[in-house]
Design a binder for this molecule. Structure first.
Ligand code: SF4
Length: 220
């Protein structure tokens, strides 16, 4: 595991999670721990904006409230329900995944990232996100937002690379012990990347982790 300065890590976690409790958006998938519902949101969010996903997420789950319901659907119906979201491969993978989980896991989503990675369409990020957001496991979940925050805060000299092992190792070291704290931390760092430390601009002046950030503490 990456060695991080303990005082900096504590400051980073506290600033981040305190801010998230005050400013994090109330999104429907943050109100559930249902693994299937979390999965649907994560797959939809992969290429689509939050506001658009909110609408499709509600419709999709109204049509197929459980993994068993989705597994029993026809491919054409799933594709039709996805119409307007784009990147249809995601819908096909989600449908295939539902069938595999029903056939091979008794309809229950696995909670370990290694087992999740075996399922259709599940990459390292989605495996980490489902494991943490549905099961509150202590797993890193590094998407482009999270990678950007960690790079700017801890590794400002490293080139942008979404598969950078150092970024993943730092994310792993930062996630607090399991349960609600791990859930809150991963949601919070994602939210910081979406709202404050964005690709377009780093709003260091209003950032809650500035004093623990290598980039922010140097900026004026
Ligand atoms: S201080 Fe600036 S660079 Fe660092 S995490 Fe916050 S917004 Fe990003």
């Amino acid at each position: 595991m990456t060695k991080l300065d303990q005082a900096v890590t504590t400051r980073f976690r506290r600033g981040l999670t305190g801010w998230f409790r005050r400013h994090g958006r109330d999104l429907p998938w943050r109100r559930t721990r249902d693994p299937y519902h979390v999965l649907v949101s994560e797959v939809m969010l992969q290429q689509t904006q939050v506001s658009r996903v909110e609408l499709f997420y509600a419709r999709f789950l109204e049509r197929w409230p459980t993994l068993h319901d989705l597994a029993a659907a026809r491919p054409k119906q799933v594709r039709g329900q996805w119409e307007g979201l784009g990147y249809y491969r995601r819908a096909a993978n989600l449908h295939a995944l539902a069938k595999v989980v029903v056939a091979e896991h008794g309809g229950r989503m696995p909670k370990e990232t290694s087992a999740l990675r075996e399922l259709p369409g599940i990459g390292p990020y989605t495996a980490g996100a489902v494991s943490c957001f549905a099961f509150e496991q202590r797993t890193p979940a590094v998407d482009t937002n999270v990678a950007r925050v960690i790079r700017r805060a801890f590794h400002p000299r490293r080139p942008k690379d979404p598969n950078d092992k150092t970024i993943w190792a730092t994310a792993e070291a930062l996630v607090p012990r399991g349960g609600k704290n791990a859930w809150t931390f991963n949601q919070a760092i994602m939210e910081l990347g979406a709202l404050i430390c964005t690709a377009r601009v780093a709003k260091c002046g209003e950032c809650p982790v500035r004093s623990a950030c290598k980039t922010g503490s140097r900026s004026t």
